[in-house]
Design a protein around this ligand. Structure first.
Ligand code: UTP
Length: 237
């Protein structure tokens, strides 16, 4: 009788997370939150290959605004913003310790090359002209990942800013075309919306779904990373 060959197929999921700077650095016991987040990411990285793209938050805003007051061009202010995102990425890398990839990739290609080597790839911005949401979309496209998690300070996509308009409609699901009508059209240094317009175009082109979740809710983050049901908005592409 021929020997029985058993093939064990282990399916490792992949995901790209775009985490807003204001989530990572809430300006209140920041190291406590970063440690908790890192511990969830470490635990899930056993089954899910991840790229975490960190936003610049308040620090980016400080630099892009100060750059504006000094008469800096959009590109110069973008470069300041990128610096802040990379600083935040370094903080998360420290918290992840040995589980983090060694170094911060400077562009999407380098991130794709670092991906899948058993470590969590952590990065910030890359080049002027967009935000870290677009970086996440670009990396997802390169590594063939169909899902981006956008960890933000709101718990879902709304028709308007829910902090300003209490009647704003909350969406459980949207198509990428519907999302593209909600986001602003043009990039400007430090300007923010639910997802960067350049990122929306890449997600549309590469058919990447975007999950918008409250990044401070670590149970929600866990569900989004594992592909379970979320409370936030699912944007289908
Ligand atoms: P963020 O990605 O943090 O932008 O980059 P944001 O608008 O604050 O995003 P959210 O709110 O976290 O989603 C901060 C700034 O850095 C520059 C841009 O000026 C951006 O507004 N940047 C960032 C770039 O120019 N290129 C990048 O790849 C990333």
């Amino acid at each position: 009788m021929p020997p029985v060959i058993k093939v064990l197929v282990v399916i490792v999921e992949k995901v790209v997370v775009s985490i807003g700077g204001s989530i990572l650095i809430p300006d209140d016991r920041d190291s406590v939150f970063i440690k908790e987040l890192a511990s969830v990411l470490k635990e899930l990285s056993v089954n899910v290959n991840m790229v975490i793209v960190c936003g610049g938050g308040k620090i980016a805003r400080y630099y892009t605004n100060t750059g504006k007051e000094l008469g800096g061009t959009t590109e110069q202010r973008d470069i300041l913003g990128i610096g802040a995102t990379r600083l935040n990425a370094e903080l998360l890398r420290i918290a992840l310790g040995n589980d983090a990839f060694d170094g911060i990739p400077e562009n999407a290609k380098d991130a794709a090359a670092a991906f899948g080597k058993g470590k969590i790839v952590v990065m910030g911005g890359t080049s002027p002209g967009h935000t870290t949401d677009a970086v996440a979309a670009e990396v997802a496209g390169l590594i063939g990942c169909r899902r981006i998690i956008n960890a933000t300070s709101v718990d879902a996509v709304y028709s308007d800013d829910p902090k300003k308009d209490r009647n704003a409609e909350r969406f459980a699901e949207l198509t990428i075309e519907e999302l593209s009508k909600i986001v602003y059209d043009e990039h400007d240094a430090g300007r923010s919306s639910v997802f960067d317009p350049v990122g929306v175009k890449i997600a549309m082109r590469d058919r990447i779904n975007i999950l918008v979740v409250n990044g401070r809710d670590l149970d929600e983050m866990r569900n989004a990373i594992l592909g379970n049901k979320i409370k936030g908005t699912v944007i289908r592409s």
